[in-house]
Design a protein around this ligand. Structure first.
Ligand code: HEC
Length: 141
């Protein structure tokens, strides 16, 4: 009896592991690639975008997901939850990445991005990583 139970446990643990691997393969394969073009900095940004899980919440092809789509936002107006608007520039992109709750895009939840990237905070605060991500997002048409 006991042996049978642990067998069942083993199978479900195996299943969970398989699922985790599948998901990792999915994320690494990078659905929804943008056109980073030939800019090496933007290309590095694209890798980081997958690596840090940004792609899980942000489309780069225009559909809104958990977060807004990030293509074509540079230089455009964005409406914030507090009723103000601003034009997306470098400073706003940088702030949105390292301090996501500083300004909340209208219609989207506060706190979810901060929670989603908490594990990568130190990495994201490194200038070279932040610069690459900003370059990538600016490049998304
Ligand atoms: C758990 C989901 C989630 C993850 C992971 C996530 N974001 Fe976000 N992001 C959001 C949500 C929700 C918003 C809108 C609310 C806000 O302004 O914080 C947002 C807003 C943004 C904005 C502002 C967009 C605009 O239209 O003004 C940028 C830029 C951004 N995220 C970049 C990133 C980058 C780069 C990463 C990876 C390092 C990332 N996000 C990871 C959910 C996420």
């Amino acid at each position: 009896m006991r042996g049978r139970f642990s067998w069942v446990g083993g199978v479900s643990a195996g299943l969970v592991l398989c699922l985790a691997l599948l998901l990792a393969a999915c994320g690494g394969g990078g659905g929804g690639r943008g056109s980073a073009g030939a800019d090496p900095l933007a290309e590095r940004g694209e890798q980081l975008f997958d690596q840090y899980g940004c792609a899980a919440c942000h489309s780069v092809k225009g559909e809104s997901g958990i977060g807004p789509a990030l293509n074509g936002i540079f230089g455009k107006e964005v409406q914030l939850e507090d009723g103000t608007t601003l034009v997306v520039d470098d400073a706003y992109l940088r702030e949105s990445i390292i301090d996501p709750d500083a300004k909340i895009v209208k219609g989207y939840p506060k706190g979810s991005m901060a929670a989603g990237i908490a594990a990568y905070k130190t990495e994201l605060e490194k200038e070279e990583n932040l610069e690459a991500l900003v370059a990538y997002i600016k490049n998304l048409k």
